[in-house]
Design a protein around this ligand. Sequence first.
Ligand code: DQA
Length: 151
Amino acid sequence: MVKPIYVLSGPNLNLLGVREPEIYGRDTLADVQTRVEARAKAHGLSVVFRQSNHEGQLIDWVQEAREAGCALVINPAGYGHTSVALLDALKTLAIPVVECHLSNPAAREDFRRTTYVSLAATGVVSGFGAASYELAVEAAAGLIGPATPQA
Ligand code: DQA
């Protein structure tokens, strides 16, 4: 069975579509999930798509992905700028890690320019709205290569 790509979203992303739509767009997280699943399916891959407002929950899922996932896409949202604990969890992974952001944090307030998660990311996709997630899944699929069943 091919392991899924874990796609994790952090705090306040459950409000996607209504939260500051001029920055984050009008797509809901359910819309993003549909697009991401279609993109993964085109590569013969499945997705575990989850969102939490809680740091510890995200860390538990990162640890789960360590064993159960073939790659991790994470939009850490505000925790990217604050969470050493999330960084530490990500550093335990041997699978590719693609950080993704709807907006381009580097073009926003100064405090968004530091992203701890980037220190553990294979690469970063930001600034393309909901398409950032699709591009991140595309990048993850490329990093893991063609989907081959695992023993
Ligand atoms: C975000 C950018 C972060 O700075 C912010 O805290 C978020 C969303 C993005 O997707 O653009 O919550 O990760």
